[in-house]
Structure formats: C-alpha cells, structure tokens
Design a binder for this molecule. Structure first.
Ligand code: FMN
Length: 181
C-alpha cells in the first residue's frame, strides 16, 4: 500500500487534487490510500509519545504498514505547514519511516523552493529513504486544474506519472530483494 499525506487542509486544495491524480495514475496497479486525519490529530507532546491517543496509534500503524509514502504539500511562510509537521512529529520516536521510500511533491505558487528542501531534510532525519530524483516541485498548481478539479496539464500529468513510476520501480526492487533473502 502506498500511503499519501497532504500538507493542506483546505477544501479544494490543489495538493489534494494532485493526490487524486496520483490515485488515478496508480489505480490499476497498487493500493493507494490518502490519510485523512492530518487536520484532526492532537498537537504533539513528548509527554504523550509513549501512550499516544488512538488517532496517533492508527496513524503510526498505517505508516508502518505502508510500503511507501507520498507527501504533497504547499509551502506556508517558507516552511512546512504546521499540521503536516505535527503529524510527522508524532512519528519521530518510532521506526515506521526507517528506510521507507518517500516521495515529496511540493506544490506552491513558487514551486515550494523553501518547503521542498526543508521537508526532505526532516524526512531524512527521520531515516526515511527520500527519493529525491522522483520528488517534484510544482509551481503555480492552480493553473493545472479545470473548474471541476481535473488535472488538465499534460506535462504535469507526465511528471506525476514518471515520479510514481520511479517509486514503483524502487518498490519492485525492494520486493525482489525480499524474495531472494
Ligand atoms: C498561511 C499561508 C502561507 C503561505 N506561504 C507561502 C509561501 O511562503 N510560499 C509560497 O509559495 N506560497 C505560500 N502560500 C500560498 C500556498 O502555498 C498556495 O496557496 C498553495 O497553492 C496552497 O496549496 P493548496 O491549494 O493545496 O491548499 C501560503 C498560503 C497560506 C495560506
């Protein structure tokens, strides 16, 4: 299963629309799930890390089960949106991201020039296997969709498909290594 997290809680979010496009592109091959609890997780506190609330237990289990993680996020004030960072903070003390392939899509008016490297740094610090070559900076995402939220930009669709293909190749290699071990 590929698990997706979104850095925007906005209705009509372009990052959510990008994840919807990912779901479509992966429909015939992989189970793809968008985690919908980012906005409602409690604020992280180290005091609750050892006995976290049920929503956090569920998030940790989902990330643990996932073969890979895809994150699509806007940039807020040159940084990672707080609710996404909060979700990641709940994972820091666990091993659920250890060596797990992670792809980052940063979609903002300027292409996420600040959030992209910042998020990659955070994920690497958490021992995620960030596929930098498969990760994307997407500038001006609003112009890519029609009024119904359909991705209409063929070049972006091709970029998303290439990014997901690189992720699936990494998963294929990992699966073959497992079979032979
Ligand atoms: C609080 C806030 C801060 C923002 N800061 C930045 C920023 O620093 N750089 C940037 O490129 N866009 C910034 N934006 C614009 C968002 O990145 C942009 O609207 C993005 O498309 C939102 O993603 P969404 O459509 O998935 O909600 C900011 C938006 C908000 C609401």
């Amino acid at each position: 299963m590929i698990l997706a997290l979104c850095g925007s809680n906005r209705a009509g979010s372009t990052n959510h629309l990008l994840l919807a496009a990912a779901a479509r592109l992966l429909a015939d091959v992989d189970e793809f799930r968008v985690y919908d609890g980012v906005a409602t997780l409690p604020h992280f506190s180290p005091d609750d890390d050892d006995a976290p609330p049920a929503s956090v237990v569920a998030l940790r289990a989902l990330v643990g089960q996932a073969a890979a993680v895809l994150i699509s996020t806007p940039e807020y004030a040159h940084g990672i949106p707080g609710s996404l960072k909060n979700a990641l903070d709940w994972l820091v003390s666990t091993t659920v991201l250890d060596q797990k392939p992670v792809v980052v899509w940063s979609a903002s008016p300027t292409g996420g020039e600040f959030v992209h490297p910042a998020l990659i740094e955070v994920l690497r610090t958490m021992s995620g296997n960030v596929l930098v070559g498969a990760s994307l900076q997407i500038a001006g995402p609003r112009r890519l969709f029609d009024l119904h939220g359909h991705l209409t930009d063929a070049a972006t669709e091709a970029q998303l498909a290439d990014s997901l293909e690189a992720l699936r190749r990494t998963l294929g290699v990992a699966e073959r290594a497992d079979l032979h071990s």
